[in-house]
Write a protein that binds this ligand. Sequence first.
Ligand SMILES: [Ca+2]
Length: 270
Amino acid sequence: MKSLLGTVLSLILILALLAVTVGCGDAADMQTASDFLKDKSAAQYGYRIVESYDHSAENFTEGLDLQGEILYEGTGLYGQSRLIQEDLSSGEILHGIDIDSTYFAEGVTVLKNEVFQVTYQSGACFVYDPDTLALERTFSYATEGWGLTDNGEALIMSDGSDRIYFMDSSTGKVLRTLEVYDNQGALSGLNELEYVDGRIYSNVWKTELIAIISPDTGEVEGWVDLTGLKSKQGEQVDVLNGIAWDAETGHLLVTGKRWTHLYEIEIVSR
Ligand SMILES: [Ca+2]
């Protein structure tokens, strides 16, 4: 009887441990918007749609940058990567180039009259003429390339981790590395970037959130919750990815991978 009781107790203990383990797994998987937004020390923002533009659902958007009325969009995947220059108001494609199929293109930014486009795992950055998109030069870097923006002086790149790299736009040399954190610790999954009014905006992979990051300390100072935009898209829809800043209006342009729309939004306090 003792050994039977022992066996039963052991089984109960094992089942209890399994329940705890499964519970933890579920909790980790479910860490999404509500968990990030628990940080009450960070400012909380929502959005108001100002304008809606058509966006090609073929575009697996990886980078977005606005220069006046001209939108630069970079798309990803092997064999489907492109760089597109478009008139935002009319939707007219001014130039579009296909990237060699051996590259998976990622973030795009325009700095000092050059267009920069990084690549996922090739360590290659392509540099183009902003008017014609003619390739001018390339340089290499050591990490993966995900999002890209600039502060008017240096390139600013993410690699999917919690790190953001400030890079010399002539050589690709890393000038400074920023480690990004929120109230729960390191914030990984940093993706498309935009430098807005002295802050780095980054959408966080697999969420509908944009983190507002101090470029000096790496602290997340605010969250923009874009919940609701993704559900307006077509059937092939993938994640939110793409932020551009319209300095004239103070509005953001946002879209995502395979989204059917691109939105001009106003950020509003909650
Ligand atoms: Ca951007």
